[in-house]
Design a protein around this ligand. Structure first.
Ligand code: MET
Length: 239
């Protein structure tokens, strides 16, 4: 069985972002990423500051039950970029056998065949403020494969820090007009320890993003969200 580097397993908590926002879920956060986003809120998955535990699918499932007991029926796999780990295939299989729903978060830069079996796939291409470059051909392939899955959901989620990011998101939206589109306010203060301080600031940013999109017909079919977990718990890890 191929092993998976795991940074954290936590929950039950709520999914704070994207298409399944509010969903009660467990999280499995994998280590390693092909990207280095300037504003990454999980840089500990790739910057060497925290060490991954290398685990096989069976021990990840065991850990999920140890932490979540009978209090979950949904698991979210995030990173890092989970798509770089072929071992996730067996994890998905084991979870499906247990009747557990699965979701994944990835930037859409590396295709993994196990994406086909995930109930909710969130593709989160990175805008200019991240300093990453989108490989459009790879993204085309992703969207094409995901669109052809019966009875499973996917969406695009783009983190927005400024107007240039919003133009990038518009380009993505035009390229994939049938993909449900979520815009998410970027967290530009990853060092604030006080959840209350951050909350006020991020709600202001959320208002800014709403005002930018309301008078623009390109955004007539979009969902605009804050990061709920950041509003609730600030920059705290493992919630
Ligand atoms: N790499 C994935 C993404 O970009 C998940 C990590 S985001 C903290 O969506």
């Amino acid at each position: 069985m191929k092993k998976i580097p795991v940074l954290e397993i936590f929950g039950p908590t709520i999914q704070g972002e994207g298409m399944v926002i509010g969903q009660k879920t467990m999280f499995v956060r994998t280590g390693g990423c092909d990207y280095r986003c300037s504003w990454c809120d999980s840089a500990f998955t790739w910057d060497g500051s925290q060490k991954a535990a290398v685990m096989d699918a069976a021990s990840i499932v065991e850990k999920l039950y140890e932490k979540g007991t009978n209090l979950f029926s949904h698991v979210t796999i995030s990173g890092g970029n989970p798509a770089i780990h072929p071992g996730i295939h067996s994890l998905i299989e084991e979870l499906r056998n247990q009747g557990i729903q699965t979701a994944v978060e990835t930037q859409g830069s590396i295709w993994a065949e196990w994406m086909i079996d995930i109930d909710e796939v969130t593709i989160s291409p990175k805008p200019p403020s991240s300093l990453m470059k989108t490989d459009w051909e790879k993204l085309d392939y992703y969207i094409n494969r995901l669109e052809r899955r019966p009875n499973k959901a996917f969406s695009l989620k783009i983190v927005i820090f400024n107007k240039e990011d919003l133009e990038y998101a518009a380009e993505v939206h035009t390229r994939y007009p049938n993909a449900p589109m979520f815009l998410q306010v970027g967290n530009d203060d990853l060092t604030e320890k006080e959840a209350g301080m951050l909350r006020d600031h991020l709600l202001e940013r959320y208002e800014w993003l709403i005002s930018e999109t309301m008078d623009d017909a390109r955004w007539n079919d979009v969902k605009i969200l804050p990061q709920l977990h950041t509003l609730l718990w600030g920059n705290k890890q493992g919630v």
